[in-house]
Design a protein around this ligand. Structure first.
Ligand code: WQD
Length: 332
């Protein structure tokens, strides 16, 4: 039996594959390299000294997806593959709905045909919209403010509906907060193409001298220092959370939404100062206008993950900043 990891060459996917292989899991990776690079596969093998089957397949290709399931005994899917840039989704809603929703429907159809009824889904804290209070629990109201977030919320609903007529399904909806950092080897990490949208990759580009300063999007939020507060979580902690969710899903059926966050919020300036201190590098910044769609504060109540999965984030912000720098300084 094998675990299929869709989007396994991506940032979170590749770190999860490392943890799965190190835990002795037999995995199959599917990726179309739309937001990842083929050399990541070799790095996963180098880090783990383990091998795996790989298929360069787009989830929008039903024949390609069928081939993966007919050639392998897949008993669980960990589903990362999807477009994930918030700003881009506002400009290209049709691409986001078509790619993320239709791709997942094709995946689930193949799963059903091959009697694979266990899925761990890459969801996002963005499904909470603009929370009235923090920390955020899984039973908080759900709403979205952009097509990317709407695809995540719709897919949570679609996957939950699979369980209603067929209680053999096991569905884990993992709601990520803000993943940053990199594997301690420095061989895999976050290296988006073009100008980064997200804070840490942007800080890293300033640190390597590709960008001359960081624009801090607003310092007039109702937060301790006026800048946006988020729950930054080490990508390896996030990866381990998927392994724990897989182990739970093997023993239980049903639908469970679980926050994967640290439970601690850090502001933009906290991140800048932590990065500077951890790596002894100056990060010049300028205060800029707020970014449309941003919220003031977002961080998790991670109690359910601890109680249900026995999972607690281990790495602190200093390690996240050091590991992010270690990766980008060796791979820019
Ligand atoms: C973090 C903070 C910005 C860039 C998004 C998605 C979420 C998830 C993670 C997919 C905010 C500030 C940022 C910059 C800045 N992605 N910032 N200057 O927006 O919390 O979450 O990415 O699942 O779904 O919504 O992350 O890193 O873009 O922003 O000041 O150049 O950094 O205003 O306060 P965000 P982010």
């Amino acid at each position: 039996m094998a675990v299929l990891v869709t989007g396994g060459a991506g940032f979170i996917g590749s770190h999860t594959c490392v943890e799965l292989l190190n835990a002795g899991e037999n995995i199959v990776i599917l990726d179309n390299f739309s937001n990842s690079k083929p050399d990541v596969l070799d790095k996963i093998k180098a880090i783990t000294k383990k091998d795996f089957k790989f298929y360069e397949v787009d989830l929008l290709d039903p024949e390609g997806v069928e081939k993966v399931f007919s050639e392998n005994e897949i008993d669980t899917v960990i589903h990362f593959a999807g477009l994930k840039a918030v700003g881009e989704s506002v400009q290209k809603p049709l691409e986001y709905y078509y790619n993320n929703i239709t791709g997942t429907l094709i995946l689930c159809d193949a799963m059903r045909k091959h009697h694979c009824k266990r899925i761990v889904f890459s969801s996002s804290a963005t499904v909470y919209g603009s929370p009235k209070t923090v920390p955020i629990r899984e039973d908080f109201p759900l709403s979205t403010t952009n097509p990317y977030g709407s695809t995540k919320l719709m897919l949570e609903q679609i996957l939950s509906d699979l369980y209603v007529p067929d209680h053999d399904w096991s569905v884990m909806l993992l709601r990520y907060f803000n993943p940053i950092g990199a594997h301690q080897s420095g061989m895999i990490g976050e290296n988006p193409n073009g100008i980064p949208n997200n804070l840490m990759p942007y800080v890293c580009q300033v640190a390597v001298g590709k960008l001359d300063h960081l624009n801090v999007f607003g310092n007039d939020y109702p937060t301790p220092d006026g800048t946006g507060v988020r729950d930054y979580i080490h990508v390896v902690d996030l990866a381990v959370g998927h392994l724990k969710a897989l182990q739970y899903a093997r023993k239980h059926t049903g639908v469970e939404a679980v926050n994967l966050g640290t439970g601690t919020g850090y502001s933009v300036l906290d991140i800048v100062h932590s990065f500077e201190k951890a790596n002894n590098i100056k990060i010049p910044y300028e205060i800029a206008p707020r970014r449309a769609g941003d919220i003031a504060e977002c961080y998790a109540d991670p109690a359910k993950a601890k109680e249900m999965l026995g999972w607690v984030a281990q790495y602190n912000i200093e390690t996240m900043c050091k590991d992010a720098w270690n990766f980008i300084s060796n791979n820019h």
